[in-house]
Design a protein around this ligand. Sequence first.
Ligand code: ADP
Ligand code: ASP
Ligand code: MG
Length: 471
Amino acid sequence: MLVMKFGGTSVGDATRFASVSRIIQDARGTDKPVVVVVSAMSGVTNSLIRAARAAAEGDETTYRRIGEELLTSHWDICEALIAHEGERRDTCWFIEDQLREVERFCRSLTVLRELTVRGQDAVSSIGEKLSARILAAHLRTQGTRARAVDATALIVTDDNFGAANPLMKETRRRIRETLLPLLEQGVVPILTGYIGATAEGVTTTLGRGGSDYTAAIVGACLDAEEVWIWTDVDGILTADPNIVSEARPLRELSYVEAAELAYFGADVLHPKTIKPLEERGIPLRIVNSFNPTDPGTLIIKKPQRTPRSVQAIISTRGLSLIGVAGNGDAWTPEVAARALSRLAREGVDVLMFTQSFSERQLNLLVRQGDMDHGLKALRREFQGELERGTIARLDVQYPVATISVVGGPGEDGLSIVPKTFAALGKHQTKVISIAQASSEYNVSFVVTEDQVDSVVCLIHDELGLGNSSAF
Ligand code: ADP
Ligand code: ASP
Ligand code: MG
């Protein structure tokens, strides 16, 4: 049995949905049962979160406009994709119903003027429900038996809203009890990624980009033969191929290497994806839904080459840096602790943070979509300190990007860290913030977004990643 996950970029529009359904039909042609996990269409989760936050600020116009835009864009896709009238009507009703629910929730937020992470999870879970319904209906109109399955009934989690952890025993029981009979009947389950629910039935999310993790949880619970993550590039490459045209695909990686790459790259693979698969020795493939014949990257226990010879650059754009600048001697580590816990309570992911005691400065890296919300939350948190002047100011810098270089020593035996810094120095790159693990196996830093292309190309070149043969 195969578990296949399709990311937001793979279901970005009607044409993409159609390609996805061809991939699923081809996989079924091999007689292997297939379980599908799908993300929300790209941009939809961000829009839902924006709507809820606007509502909590009392901004009725924005949440209503977003609701209408989401309704139109999803309906347009149904129109283009679902030929059968009854199927189309039912799917459109479902979409309208879900989005009206979001609107009702937002209306109550305008009165409450407070959005909890629990509330944010409830709203941001809707995107996956819509895409799963659309894909299932489209597959049925194509003659494939398919059923949308809401993961809130199957993935049981703790109540750590915004980054919930699955309770594997109960989750395994429910997944097997629900999905195995469907597979026996020849039905393709189309499961919502990213979402789950507590034992009491309260909706949770597994964290941004969490549909990869859903696929791994489902694969582990079903003892799948393989898990395939379909995205918009040919697997994990030595650098983002949209930036470096000569980037080479990493054909095989060990679980350990992939976990390291995932941990330092916010995007390409959710960091929690590897563990459930590694525990059961289930191979993971990262493949390209735009180029389905490419073999992509295979992640297994023991690749056939020297361990730790992999080197790659993972870059992530669309980020913002929030700075908290202290004043005088009043700076204590407690400032960082309070900032981090306040942002966690507000549903803002901090992707990296650095602290300079000598300059009394804390830098917190967040997604650009979280910037305004995060800044307001910190203003409230430190209102007293800002008034007394013990915190001089809060500021933001955007758009910024992270570049993470991961890997063991090159053929010359030299570590990537000094080579990376030498390259940056040689080209006078302005680095805003740096985080380095003690292992010399990775280094991550922040640059302004306009520098990201040239810096990634530069490091790729200096590390000699374009020259060596692919593995
Ligand atoms: P999905 O919507 O399928 O979940 P993501 O946007 O989360 O896809 O992740 C895929 C993106 O990761 C690619 O489009 C690419 O821009 C980016 N990326 C950054 N660095 C790399 C790299 N070294 N190899 C592959 N992709 C990378
Ligand atoms: N839709 C969710 C997000 O945007 C989950 C995912 O795409 O994996 O974070
Ligand atoms: Mg992703």
